[in-house]
Design a protein around this ligand. Sequence first.
Ligand code: PFF
Length: 455
Amino acid sequence: MAEERQSIHGQWSSRMAFILAATGSAVGLGNIWKFPYITGEHGGGAFVLVYLLCIFLIGIPVMMAEILLGRRGRQSPINTMRSLAKEEKLPAIWKYLGWMGVLAGFLILSYYSVIAGWALAYVFRTGSGLFTGATSDGAQTIFAELIADPERLLAWHTLFVVMTMIIVARGVKSGLEKAVRYLMPLLIGILVMLVGYAMSEGAFQEGLHFLFDPDFSKLDETAILTAMGHSFFTLSLGMGAIMVYGSYLPKNTSITKTSIIVALADTAVALMAGMAIFPIVFANGMEPGAGPGLIFQTLPIAFGQMPGGVFFGTLFFVLLVFAAWTSAISLIEPAVAWLVENHGQTRIYASVIAGFVTWFVGLATVFSFNIWSDVKYWDMTPFDLLDYLTSNIMLPLGGLLIAVFTGWLMSRQSVQDELAMRYKGLFNFWYGVLIRVVAPFGVIVVFLNAIGVLD
Ligand code: PFF
């Protein structure tokens, strides 16, 4: 029976270890790099509101479902879906949900590691004092020079992929817990400091107004789709990352509580990043819609002007790399767990293969910012396309299928047993309202709206 199943890959040492690992997965470039720039591109407040609604109404319920599936299946997402489908007498086709997740993981990591490479490069740029006294023009030029150079980007991308694979090869659990425990609070500390700087030196009122005053005229179909997609991306949902972490979760830990803690921590980090960045954007007459370079063009100005900026700036980028690292590991873990389970590979071998594929696909993103910047499909560079396909389509689709599987296809008894919620009413609400109705139909409505069916 499922109750006695054990993961061959081991288990977290405690509930705290799982919370730390899941928070490590959730908090990453999505919060600090992506959230501010897409918020800037989509006009601020109204976008943020939709994003928050999606986190609470769809993200948290789906996270609970994903963890419970993982813990019940106790294997890589592909094999978990295969065994759960068998157990519930459902068609074996459900294993393809796991496959889609593996594919999404590769595609996301391929560009994620390029951006993490920018952060790595910035550790050294900031550390050398390059930004001391920097103006907005100076910061923009330094960024433009970096991304115009494919060789440099390639070198940083390669370094980041290697760093990720070393950890994955050693097994996700050793070390991750300790590192997240100490470095995450530091990251939050430095974000608080940056918000403090934005309060005293930036256009703080204007920044808050942009982030939190919704102007619904700016909210088009793509903005809604992007906000929903980002709620999956930022919580690491819809591709099996949280599922595979759930498969290492000891029985008797509350899935509900842990999901809420992880989601709240993730949201807090994103909002803090926004509150640190937009006041600097407005104080320096910059464009909120500047795109993927936004944090790399704004934060160095703050570090260049504040006392101790070289130290704090370097520390910030070190922590950003670290946050990206703990997320990257979870992006590839479903694939590596599967290679170990089905092909009897060692983790080392599995990681080398996975790393090579990621690295290779990543070339498309490296070149998107320079030699291929004119290569466009549907008006998108290869990087934009990868991001759109994964965040806006694959992850929400994965989340939708997870909600349908858990809410409509698994027996209610299995779900109830696995979730083991203490309050019956709360379970009924999550089950009857959130996972069966709000989450799946929410995703469907946003999809239909995006393709213009609802006009
Ligand atoms: N949640 C990570 C971030 O916000 O940076 C990115 C991510 C990790 C997405 C793992 C998806 C995933 F499965």
